[in-house]
Each structure stands twice: as C-alpha cells, then as structure tokens.
Design a protein around this ligand. Structure first.
Ligand code: CU
Length: 299
C-alpha cells in the first residue's frame, strides 16, 4: 500500500511540474531573434518581412511625399498672401469675387492627385484581400481578454494568455517584452502561405502583426480571413487592435516563424500536447452556429 501511495505521489508531482513549466512544444524551437516589436525611442514602422508589409510601407512613404509637397505649397501660399496683401502693403484690396480659371484649377488638380493615388492603393488592397491557397490554416478567436488559436487541419488549439512580468524569463522573453509576449505563441513555417481565419467569441477584437502588414477585425458570428508569407525566421508581436473592454491592452499576439523542419517537429509535439480544442473555441463555434441559424431562419 505504502509503495503504491509513493508511486501515485511521484506521478502526481511529476505531472504538476510538467504542467507548471513552459510547454514542451514551445521550448524546442531554439533561440529566435525578436524582429517585430516596438522599440523605445524609434519612429516609423517595424521591419517588414512580407511583400504586403513592404508594399504598405512604400505606399506610406509615397503618400508622405505627396502630402508634404501639398502642405509646403499651401503654407507658401498663405505666407505670400499674408505678406504681400497685408493691410499695410495693400491698403486698397481688390473687389472681385470670382476667377473661373483658378476655380477650375483648384478643383481639377486635387481630383487628378486623388485619381493618381487610387491605382497603387487598390492594387495593394487586392493583394491583401485576395486570399491565396494556404499551406497552413489557423483560426484565431478573440475572447475577453485573450486569443485562442486553432490549427484547423490538425484539430488542436490552444489559448494564448499574456505573460506576467515574473514569467517572461522562464518563457525566454526579455523584460521589455512585457505586454507583448504570450505563454503559447502561434508557430508557423518560414516562406509558407499562412491563412488566418479571424473571429470573435464575445465582442469585436482585432488580430494584427505589424511586421506582416496584416490586421483583421474579429467579429462574433463572422469568419474573416487574412494571409501572410513571412520571409524571415524570428519572433513577432502584435496586440489586439479593437477596443474590447477593460483588459484590451492585455491580450497580445506572439508569432514565432521557424524553419519547416522545426515547424514539423513542433507540430508533432503540439498535436500530442494540445489534443482537442480549448473550451473557448468550442464556445465561439457554438455562438457562430447560433448566428448562422438565425440568419438562415430569417432568409
Ligand atoms: Cu481588444
């Protein structure tokens, strides 16, 4: 009897230790460079690691040039008018109220400028919104206040909670990654097309990774999609981007981009470790089915 109790106690202690420590699957990814995170004192964008992110950033630079030139032009006009036509230098103001030529010009020129901005903008929008065939499909469900990630082709999923300051080191994150790092990161292979299906379980959230150039609202009862093909191995951070309640600032997203071999090894471990779906995903699915039933009965 005593031997049996000792055996049971040992097994239970071992299980508790295993469950308490970081997940096995996440530990075996090796050291990864942190690429996508905000850096103190820097301005501008995070390093882009997808084609879409690069396109967004160059379109942003292009727009910045356009608006800078327009702003300088308007400022120069204001200064010239203020100087040349002040009451002191121009005591007898002109009395005309219309000038057809100028009116046509200030209508047509802005129209032409706006028309020139449309093609690159729409091209980029279509690149983002036309979802290519996926190598990996992940469903991200926003909950108050954490994300659930489900690997739909392998029927497992896990909840990703933000790490407390005290736990950062144990999980391999730096102290300044507080508010960004989660206990279980989304793991994806490098140079592969990843499609993320995004939905919400309770209120609207938004899934984003700035370095990938992706952001998608997570609306309860709807399944939206985004895609990315990350070109560099590393750790990338994002945060919920739709105000969703009191802990909105505490539901970050962590994505680890790894080699295909490491991804497959992780997948083998993850399938065992996270077998089945977390309850939060089941609740979101049930909610979505309810919405679909209501929509079907209304039609
Ligand atoms: Cu939120």
């Amino acid at each position: 009897m005593r031997v049996r109790n000792f055996f049971l106690a040992t097994v239970s202690a071992l299980t508790t230790t295993l469950l308490a420590s970081t997940s096995w699957a996440q530990e075996n990814l090796g050291t990864l460079e942190t690429i996508g995170k905000p850096v103190d004192g820097l301005m501008g964008w995070q390093p882009p690691v997808t084609e879409v992110a690069r396109d967004i950033q160059s379109y942003d630079t292009f727009l910045l040039w356009v608006i800078t030139i327009i702003s300088l032009f308007v400022t120069a006009l204001l200064l010239i008018c203020a100087f040349r036509y002040s009451a002191k230098r121009n005591p007898e103001p002109a009395t005309f109220t219309h000038h057809t030529g100028i009116e046509i010009a200030w209508t047509l020129i802005p129209v032409v400028i706006l028309l020139c901005l449309i093609p690159p903008s729409l091209t980029l929008l279509f690149k983002q919104m036309e979802i290519p065939e996926a190598d990996v499909t992940i469903k991200a469900t926003g909950n108050q206040w954490y994300w659930s990630h489900e690997y739909v082709d392998h029927e497992f999923g896990f909840d990703s909670f933000m790490l407390d300051r005290a736990d950062l080191e144990e999980y391999g994150y730096a102290a300044d990654e507080y508010l960004l790092a989660t206990d279980t990161a989304v793991v994806v292979p490098v140079n592969k097309t990843v499609v993320v299906q995004v939905t919400g379980a309770d209120v609207i959230h938004s899934w984003t990774i700035p370095a990938f150039g992706v952001k998608q609202d997570a609306v309860p009862g709807r399944l939206a999609e985004l895609w990315f093909k990350a070109e560099k191995e590393g750790i990338y951070f994002g945060q919920c981007s739709e105000l969703c309640g009191k802990d909105h600032s505490f539901m970050p997203i962590t994505v680890k981009v790894v080699s295909q071999e490491k991804y497959e090894a992780w997948l083998d471990g993850a399938i065992k470790e996270y077998a089945g779906l977390p309850r939060s995903v089941q609740v979101a699915d049930a909610n979505m089915n309810k919405v679909l039933e209501v929509e079907a009965s209304n039609n």
